[in-house]
Write a protein that binds this ligand. Sequence first.
Ligand code: SF4
Ligand code: F3S
Length: 104
Amino acid sequence: AYVVTDGCIRCKYMDCVSVCPVDCFYAGENMLVIQPDECIDCGVCEPECPAAAIVPDTDPRAAAWTALNAEYAAKWPNITEKGAPPDDADAWNGKGDKAALFSP
Ligand code: SF4
Ligand code: F3S
């Protein structure tokens, strides 16, 4: 499966939602996650993310986020349409490690 990493936190652009053929994104307050059993590994979301936050689970960058995606996909609501990103999304794009900003 593909995995949303901390690059999404406070960016939450949601371009990924528009392209996912199986609607397997789930939305928290400041990031999205992917439900790993629903993801069909098509890979189309990866290049769509302006924050480069989505990686395959084989990527070393996914390691710290794989379990979190599964856990919160079971808790957060499904999202099937792109909404408005945060007003300051661009200011958070590329800000390095944003793990401490995760909002459960
Ligand atoms: Fe959806 Fe494909 Fe991305 Fe998986 S890899 S989340 S199926 S767009
Ligand atoms: Fe997040 Fe990128 Fe989607 S910032 S909401 S993973 S387009």
